[in-house]
Design a protein around this ligand. Structure first.
Ligand SMILES: [Mg+2]
Length: 234
């Protein structure tokens, strides 16, 4: 019996990719977006991985994305001050583009209406992740927010999932966790004893032999979590 539902934030509730694409194309309007957007995504993911591994501070990972990009755009070698000034402008554009996926409000309302306890487990900086939830207007529905920067454990490690369940006062087997990354989110949660659900927003066919249930929109979640509905992978 599921009594609590926890969510990943970026790519699950918040359209992070859309916001980042909008912000980077507005930052460099003369660059070809077909090159710029995937290159920015690549630099971002590499830098965030190094931040989560403890190799870079939060500020350093931001610089580690723009310094190589500026060089590749032919803008020369940027020092820290120039990188930091650019980051401030980029963040304003990124924040202005924060939007929830369209189905988020109705799905959270439906789950809360059933008396389920709701929350967030996110890899990232506590201050920024809480600001996102606030800006999306979801802070009242998602009061329980667990971040890797505060917990000292990052998904897919079991520690952050268990800490979130303990904070909510529910055993892991009564909690579901929904996220857009198969290994980091759904399989990580399942390994920690929760019901891991993979939100696959891609239009790719499902891989064979999934170990977790897969949904392609959050709209499928309330039905999936009904007590009589098996969450065994199909
Ligand atoms: Mg995500």
């Amino acid at each position: 019996m599921i009594t609590a539902v926890l969510f990943d934030l970026d790519g699950t509730l918040l359209d992070h990719e859309g916001a980042a694409a909008e912000a980077i194309t507005r930052s460099f309007p003369d660059a070809d977006p077909a090159w710029l957007v995937p290159r920015w995504t690549e630099l971002t993911e590499a830098a965030v991985d190094r931040y989560l591994a403890g190799e870079l501070s939060f500020t350093a990972q931001r610089r580690a994305r723009i310094v190589p990009l500026a060089r590749e755009l032919g803008l020369g070698d940027w020092d820290e001050a120039r990188a930091d000034a650019w980051v401030a402008g980029f963040l304003a554009l990124y924040q202005a583009a924060w939007r929830p996926f369209p189905e988020v409000g109705r799905v959270l309302d439906a789950l809360a209406g059933r008396g389920l306890r709701l929350g967030v487990i996110t890899n990232g900086d506590a201050e920024q992740q809480r600001a996102k939830i606030e800006r999306l207007g979801l802070a009242d529905l998602l009061r329980h927010v667990v971040t890797s920067s505060e917990t000292g454990s990052a998904k897919p490690a079991a520690g952050i999932f268990r800490a979130a369940c303990a904070g909510l006062g529910v055993p892991p087997n009564e909690a579901a966790y929904v996220g857009d990354r198969l290994i980091t989110d759904a399989q990580g949660a399942a390994a920690a004893g929760l019901t891991g659900v993979w939100l696959d927003r891609s239009t790719e066919p499902a891989p064979d032999r999934l170990e977790v249930p897969r949904i392609t929109s959050l709209d499928a979640l309330p039905r999936l979590l009904e007590p009589d509905h098996s969450t065994e992978p199909r």
